[in-house]
Design a protein around this ligand. Structure first.
Ligand SMILES: Nc1ncnc2c1ncn2[C@@H]1O[C@H](COP(=O)(O)OP(=O)(O)OP(=O)(O)O)[C@@H](O)[C@H]1O
Ligand SMILES: [Mg+2]
Length: 228
């Protein structure tokens, strides 16, 4: 089953003289359990594509389907609900909520997705253990290393069992070993949980973890769009 379908999506960023066609006729399909690397130079539209895929931005034209549900014509509250339940995000800088412990960050994410308390706790404990940070569950983000914080961010992106995980340059602030072990954990756990993963990256070290590579240049997908 397709977790994500983009069909001839166009998206401009900025306004007036600053307006840029950030995505031009982008068509991309990702199945559940599949991990796609999105590659391309700075400014090619990777972050914009992730934002449209995750319904943080609305496409100007073309269509977007998440888990078989079309985003076209949805109200912002419907899009928020779909995003909360179907999508998990991993940002370049982990972006955990600093006033909550690691475990509380995970539980809140499940709560936003409408997951019941018992299942949320089970899922959080399983992921904290899988990512090797169970002993850090009650720490606040400020007391974590960069690598530990990214592990917690990966756990948060998966905890509510999303259909689609979107990761924007997840290895950018990590050294070699940390970057690889996080890519390994993300790809394994996402496959086990049958989530599709789209990773925007410049980092060639992550390539072995992908099923497919998609290349963006000046807002156009050059290759790897899937069976469109
Ligand atoms: N908020 C914005 N306002 C105006 N233009 C923007 C905005 N965000 C992005 N852009 C432009 O849209 C284009 C695509 O940007 P985007 O951030 O998607 O690229 P990227 O591939 O993620 O780059 P990087 O690798 O540097 O993160 C660029 O030309 C950028 O300058
Ligand atoms: Mg970017």
């Amino acid at each position: 089953m397709n977790a994500l379908v983009l069909d001839r999506v166009c998206k401009s960023r900025g306004s007036g003289a600053q307006r840029v066609a950030a995505l031009r006729d982008v068509s991309l399909r990702i199945r559940r359990g599949e991990l796609v690397m999105l590659e391309g130079p700075s400014g090619s539209g990777k972050t914009t594509l992730l934002a449209v895929a995750g319904s943080l931005l609305t496409a100007d034209s073309g269509s977007v389907e998440l888990g078989g549900e079309s985003l076209c014509g949805r109200s912002s509250s419907e899009r928020r609900r779909l995003r909360a339940s179907c999508v998990g995000f991993v940002f370049q800088h982990a972006n955990l909520l600093t006033s909550l412990s690691v475990r509380q960050n995970l539980l809140l994410r499940s709560q936003l997705a409408g997951v019941g308390r018992a299942e949320a706790a089970r899922s959080a404990d399983e992921l904290l253990e899988r990512l090797g940070i169970e002993k850090l569950a009650d720490r606040f983000p400020a007391a974590l290393s960069g690598g530990e914080e990214m592990r917690a961010a990966v756990a948060r992106a998966l905890v509510h069992r999303p259909i689609l995980v979107l990761a924007d340059e997840p290895s950018a602030s990590l050294d070699g070993d940390s970057a690889l072990s996080i890519a390994d954990a993300l790809s394994r756990i996402a496959r086990e949980r049958n989530a599709a993963v789209l990773v925007a990256t410049h980092d060639a070290r992550l390539t072995p973890y992908s099923d497919r590579r998609a290349g963006l240049l000046d807002g156009r997908l050059r290759n790897g769009g899937g069976n469109v």
